[in-house]
Design a protein around this ligand. Structure first.
Ligand SMILES: [Zn+2]
Length: 255
């Protein structure tokens, strides 16, 4: 049943002075890489750990939104394919069975398996630095991303949120359950903060699934997680919140 809440207003945080894309990016996602450069650099930094295209499988979770496709395509090109973990908002709902399926597809010619996980929710930022807004080819009006998170903000502003598992809206209802399990019903932030909360949930879910399905003594793996940002002129950026490898059971930072 829908839960009645007090109407909650949400607003985009506005720093002093005129906003633009770069200011918003630098303020909230400092050090973000151009999308293709990130994929190249992240691959380059794994080679000293013995993790490379010929002996590893890439596993990717991004939002289902088609504007995430260039990022996915670049990973496919760089890693010679990728197992798709994606759901709405980049959440990980494939579970133990999905993780095991991906792992069983990894190269193991040398007797060892290696996995590279990419887990990135997304957000758009327009020319004026407004979070959520983006242009889509063939559509006249301004569009938005991530639509799944914006829908939750909209429902929250109206004071009605259902936390039931909706069989006709599985991914979105699971997303709400996970978000409100972490935040509480009265703690709806703005879109930027909600995106970062989502990223933390995705990271926690990823690490729980790794714990359940990976033996770090016999398997090496890398984790890249953060936020994909869609900027003006259809240019994407990647902000890395955390990156590390686990080689021979030892965790080490990369990037
Ligand atoms: Zn989305």
């Amino acid at each position: 049943m829908p839960m009645l809440l007090s109407p909650i207003s949400f607003s985009v945080e506005t720093p002093p002075g005129p906003l633009n894309f770069q200011k918003t990016l630098d303020r909230h996602f400092p050090g973000a890489y151009p999308c293709d450069a990130f994929v190249d650099i992240s691959s380059f930094h794994l080679r000293p750990f013995g993790i490379e295209k010929k002996n590893s499988i890439a596993c990717v979770s991004v939002c289902r939104d088609e504007i995430t496709t260039p990022f996915m395509n670049k990973i496919h090109h760089t890693w010679d394919g990728a197992f798709d973990f994606s759901s709405l908002a980049g959440m990980l709902y494939l579970g133990v069975t999905g993780f095991q399926a991906a792992h069983h597809h990894a190269p193991n010619d040398d007797g060892k398996e290696r996995y590279v996980y990419f887990a990135f929710p997304h957000i758009a930022i327009d020319e004026q630095g407004i979070p959520g807004n983006c242009r889509r080819s063939g559509r006249q009006a301004m569009s938005q991303a991530c639509g799944a998170l914006l829908k939750i903000l909209e429902e929250s502003s109206q004071g009605i949120i259902s936390l039931d598992l909706d069989q006709d809206d599985l991914e979105q209802s699971l997303l709400k359950q996970r978000l409100f399990g972490k935040m509480g019903l009265a703690e709806i932030p703005d879109l930027l903060s909600l995106t970062k909360v989502t990223q933390q949930i995705i990271k926690n879910d990823l690490e729980r699934m790794i714990h359940l399905t990976v033996n770090p003594i016999t398997t090496d793996y890398a984790v890249y997680t953060g936020v994909q940002i869609h900027g003006p002129a259809h240019k994407d950026w990647i902000w890395v919140e955390e990156s590390y490898v686990v080689v021979d059971g030892v965790k080490k930072p990369v990037l």
